[in-house]
Design a protein around this ligand. Structure first.
Ligand code: TRP
Length: 462
């Protein structure tokens, strides 16, 4: 463990400590790259490829993109840095870290954040299951179809089928649990060093095809030209939530990864890198899906199925489309797994930390609980689609509460904690950094802009 940062007392539950492949390999990454890869592996996932395009689709294109980018560049970077700081100062995962630094009451923020990670995981695995099924369909070739109407019907039939959707969710969740149980996260993150760029390259290839479809330019214009009259309180809330979601903020994830950052790591630079990679993934996904949506005449506000309906139609129009479809869904599955692992690990770590559970039973318990909590979300695309609370299906409600309420709330608490309660200590993480001008800016972002933005947006919406 000698390569680990700061305290030899780094928690036995951090992914670093449970790394089966041995910690020594980590040092060879170089401090900065290792962390950036791990955090980017968590950030880049279904949020970019599945969620971003359909949420942009529902909220009017360019204006939404502008607000989203504004959130990432200000609050996003400031909060990434704040979460890293908490981890870096303590070498602990969120609940323990907040307890150490702030006392008993702050530990509750950590507990709520951990619960939030669990709740996000529960609906994330539903969509992870869709990826598994679409990968299988890519193998058989049945996914390739020109007829978007047929693709819509097939998507609805699959997600409405309780056996198929629960089974594919179970497979995805099982894969996630196996990775966590085997403690091979680090190996997986290292594979991400090749596979994430591969996903980006493949997206570029698909974009090239999507942009040359007849009618695609209308989609590009729609995606890139802001029409600010489209912005309502709800749009702002969704953009804020999505910024948090796509950066894996507000649920204690970055704290855990920050907890094994080496002393000399340049935190500000790392935060900017993670934010850049995550945003780039979102923008690429938008450029891939939205032009095609216009070209094929799919309604942009079709909802959560948008990516799964549109992608097959693009593949069907590409040379080697069959092979590309397989590669795409394989890489997407991988990206989704690295994100799901990063949601699963802190929940298991919580049981191990706080209740001294063994790793095996902890993983099993999280697996079972996630399946039970996620099943209603899966069924809400079919047999339970009529069950509505506050005018939303179970899936939408879980998504809304976790992403738009709990994540910003968690972020707000961390911002105030770092900016006010532990500021003298927190600011030392930027000692020796060339970006000294950023120190006061960071504090203003944490204490002024973050609360104003979050409360302002909530106020507009409720
Ligand atoms: N950022 C991931 C994605 O876009 C999802 C995710 C992983 C996440 N870990 C998280 C979201 C922690 C919030 C908190 O797919």
């Amino acid at each position: 463990m000698s390569h680990l940062p700061i305290s030899p007392a780094a928690p036995a539950t951090s992914p670093a400590a449970t790394d089966a492949s041995g910690g020594a390999s980590r040092a060879t990454w170089g401090s900065r790259l290792g962390f950036v890869l791990a955090a980017a592996g968590s950030a880049v996932g279904l949020g970019a490829v599945w969620k971003f395009p359909y949420v942009v689709g529902q909220h009017g294109g360019g204006a939404f993109l502008a607000v989203y980018l504004g959130c990432v560049l200000t609050l996003g970077v400031a909060l990434l840095l704040a979460e890293m700081t908490v981890g870096r100062l303590t070498g602990q995962s969120i609940t323990t870290a907040l307890h150490t630094l702030g006392g008993r009451a702050w530990a509750w923020v950590g507990r709520i954040a951990t619960f939030n990670a669990f709740a996000i995981l529960s609906f994330y695995v539903v969509v992870g299951g869709w990826t598994v099924t679409y990968l299988m369909r890519a193998f058989t070739g049945s996914v390739l179809a020109n007829d978007t109407q047929r693709l819509v019907t097939e998507f609805s039939a699959f997600t409405a089928n309780p056996v198929a959707s629960l089974a594919s969710m179970g497979v995805f969740l099982g894969l996630t649990a196996l990775i966590v149980a085997a403690g091979v996260q680090k190996g997986i993150e290292r594979a991400g060093k090749w596979l994430m760029p591969a996903l980006f390259l493949l997206m570029l290839l698909v974009i090239a095809r999507a942009l040359t479809l007849p009618g695609a330019m209308a989609g590009v214009a729609w995606f890139l030209t802001p029409d600010f009259s489209m912005i309502s309180g709800d749009t702002l809330l969704e953009a804020l939530g999505l910024a948090f979601f796509s950066l894996s903020l507000g649920a204690g994830m970055i704290v855990v990864y920050g907890s094994y950052l080496p002393r000399d790591a340049r935190l500000a630079g790392s935060a900017v890198w993670v934010a850049t990679l995550a945003t780039l993934a979102c923008c690429l996904a938008g450029l891939m899906i939205l032009p095609a949506v216009f070209a094929f005449g799919v309604p942009p506000d079709a909802g959560p199925g948008l990516t799964f309906i549109t992608m097959p139609a693009i593949f069907a129009q590409m040379p080697f489309g069959h092979a590309i479809a397989i590669a795409f869904f394989l890489l997407l599955l991988f990206a989704a797994l690295t994100s799901a692992v990063s949601l699963f690990e802190p929940v298991a770590a919580f049981l191990i930390d706080e209740y001294q559970w063994q790793r095996g039973p902890a993983v099993l318990a999280v697996f079972v609980a996630t399946f039970l909590f996620g099943a209603p979300a899966a069924l809400s695309f079919g047999v339970w689609s009529d069950v509505r609370l506050f005018d939303r299906t179970i899936f939408d409600l879980m998504d809304y509460v976790t992403v738009n309420l709990l994540m910003p709330a968690g972020g707000l608490c961390i911002a105030i904690f770092v900016g006010a309660f532990i500021w003298p200590k927190a600011r030392t993480v930027l000692d020796g950094s060339r970006a000294q001008w950023f120190v006061p800016v960071w504090r203003v972002l944490l204490l002024v802009l973050t609360p104003i933005a979050i409360f302002g947006v909530w106020y507009q919406t409720f």
